[in-house]
Design a protein around this ligand. Structure first.
Ligand code: ADP
Ligand code: ADP
Ligand code: ZN
Length: 217
């Protein structure tokens, strides 16, 4: 099962992709994570990405498409994948179709996660993740079972993203509405678009996504 989770920054894409990895062994492919790895390793690409990401603008299509083409489904994607944060432009969506054809893969569905803008700022400014395993948390909505200790790996170190501040969030939201949202009709016309209520609780959203996946199979 190969799907795209599509939604604004803070919609819960990463949170749900993490769950699908556990429940369905679908590999999470996050272009944001891939780009952050480049920044951390201080590669040439990482140096270019750092500033653009910090400002909340989109990276150029050709760069992101190339990264996805390289990473998409190596052997470990036996049970499929969840794309998180890609595609974000129509050019990327069309390029993805080409990549899928080249690799003989099928895109089963696109799940739109709808969340009000007002809720997103609170989600993003409260977001943090485990420094060791990357598990996602939130100051209010998703606290570890034991305060200060990662549920998944027991680490006591956590990170907050440099771009999870109000200024960058404004830019990211604007980019979502101006550009990313415009690709919904592309997938609606293919008949593979499903929408879930991303304002619901994390567990409730998981249920809605499970139902959508069931239908798309
Ligand atoms: P969020 O989880 O808040 O939606 P991401 O981690 O997906 O954010 O992305 C962080 C930043 O990385 C974006 O603001 C953008 O600069 C860059 N980025 C990630 N994916 C893409 C993409 N598909 N196209 C262009 N830029 C991207
Ligand atoms: P995205 O990957 O779409 O940018 P995340 O999955 O990182 O979003 O979620 C953003 C923040 O909101 C995280 O701190 C996460 O714990 C929290 N969160 C995710 N889904 C929900 C939800 N349905 N209700 C409340 N908080 C949520
Ligand atoms: Zn951890």
């Amino acid at each position: 099962m190969n799907i795209i989770l599509l939604g604004p920054p803070g919609a819960g894409k990463g949170t749900q992709a993490e769950r699908l990895e556990k429940s369905h062994r679908m590999i999470q492919l996050s272009t944001g994570d891939m780009l952050r790895d480049e920044v951390t390793s201080e590669s040439e690409l990482g140096r270019q990405a750092k500033e653009i990401m910090a400002s909340g603008e989109l990276m150029p299509d050709d760069i992101v498409v190339q990264i996805v083409a390289e990473q998409l489904c190596r052997d470990e994607c036996e049970f499929g994948f969840t794309l998180d944060g890609f595609p974000r432009t129509e050019t990327q969506a069309r390029a993805l179709d080409g990549i899928m054809i080249d690799k003989g893969l099928k895109l089963h569905g696109v799940i739109e996660m709808k969340v009000d803008d007002d809720a997103l700022t609170e989600r993003i400014t409260g977001r943090y993740s485990c420094a060791k395993c990357g598990a996602g948390y939130h100051d209010r909505f998703q606290r570890p079972k034991v305060e200060g200790v990662c549920d998944e790996c027991g680490s006591t170190e956590f990170n907050r993203r440099a771009d999870d501040n109000e200024e960058a969030v404004r830019h990211r939201l604007a980019a979502y509405h101006a550009v990313t949202e415009q690709i919904l009709p592309f997938y609606r016309e293919k008949g593979i678009l499903r929408t879930v209520d991303g304002m619901a609780t994390i567990d409730e959203v998981t249920k809605q996504i499970e139902d959508a996946i069931e239908q798309l199979q």
